[in-house]
Design a protein around this ligand. Structure first.
Ligand SMILES: [Zn+2]
Ligand SMILES: [Zn+2]
Length: 145
């Protein structure tokens, strides 16, 4: 599997408790669609407000899905100002250069302010597992139609 940006072979690694395919050149990472059930839904309930948490770029990016070569679509997760791209054919997500580390820092800051404590790293993996589930992909896709 090759990096959508630099064509370097992606390497499977574990990062912040998640299996990702990492590009050693641009430090981007590809998160494959995860068929696991959304066990973390109670922890990470987007509820009815979930659409408001996402912002979209209307045009496809120049990046291609490493699996099917479709143009990746960009969106932003507002809470953490996190930018991601996703394959319209549900193969996965692309995150740029250490974006996960940046978001984790934000989550750690937040942690100290929350009453119900949740470790930032657990929160991060819960968020991404949620996003990698089929139903989340379906909803994303729906927004582009
Ligand atoms: Zn790369
Ligand atoms: Zn694809």
């Amino acid at each position: 599997m090759k990096c959508p940006r630099c064509e370097v072979e992606l390497q499977p690694i574990e990062r912040h408790k998640l299996q990702v395919n990492y590009c050693p050149s641009c430090k981007g990472m590809w998160l494959e669609h995860d068929e696991l059930q959304q066990l973390e839904d109670e922890v990470f309930d987007f509820g009815d407000q979930w659409k408001g948490t996402l912002a979209f770029d209307s045009s496809p990016t120049a990046d291609k899905c490493p699996e099917c070569s479709a143009s990746l679509q960009k969106f932003r997760y507002r809470f953490y100002d996190m930018e991601m791209e996703f394959c319209p054919n549900q193969h996965g997500y692309w995150l740029e250069d250490d974006e996960d580390t940046r978001v984790l820092e934000l989550m750690k800051k937040e942690e100290s302010e929350l009453e119900r404590k949740l470790l930032a790293e657990d929160k991060w993996s819960a968020l991404l597992r949620h996003m990698r589930s089929g139903s989340f992909f379906d909803r994303l896709k729906g927004l582009f139609q």
